[in-house]
Design a protein around this ligand. Sequence first.
Ligand SMILES: [Zn+2]
Length: 63
Amino acid sequence: MGPLPKRKLSKTSKRTRRNHDKLSLPHLVLCENCGSYRLAHHVCKECGYYQNEAVVEIKKRED
Ligand SMILES: [Zn+2]
């Protein structure tokens, strides 16, 4: 058997389920290091910091 559901969802359960899913935006927090907004639980794209540690080295072009 494949991963398909055995029963078709009723209109009600389709609507009821995940009613709230799109209400929340991705959680933005201020980066502790550089102060720019970043996604919570994600490494800062600006400086590569996460929880006050440089986990990603942002490479700067030197040429
Ligand atoms: Zn940062």
